[in-house]
Design a binder for this molecule. Sequence first.
Ligand SMILES: CC(=[NH2+])C(=O)[O-]
Length: 127
Amino acid sequence: MSKAKIISTPKAPAAIGPYVQGKVINGFLFASGQIPLVPETGAMVAGGIKEQARQALNNVKALVEEAGSDLSKVVKTTCFLKDIADFAAFNEVYAEFFKENAPARSCVGGIDLPKNALCEIEVIAEV
Ligand SMILES: CC(=[NH2+])C(=O)[O-]
């Protein structure tokens, strides 16, 4: 197995547990799930599902870019929603970030998330 490169950037929130922000191996970035923490403060962004989705996606974008890739090269996302009733609002913001050539995706709802976040997003991207 080849050695994975650890991705670490202050432009995305620091890990809040025993994990790294992301790892690149064999040409793919495996990014840890991003919750809507503001990188500079480590605090949850103010607002509801739309603001939280936008922050989580901006965190994803920062990680993907730090790995030398970009959102157009994301091949798979997994999205977690505290409340599946937020599905439509979440999708609206998600679509702003993945306009064309949307990645494959799984989305689950009704789940407790760290820091009581309303959403969490993890991605795999080609680097
Ligand atoms: C936020 C997160 N990715 C975790 O594992 O706690």
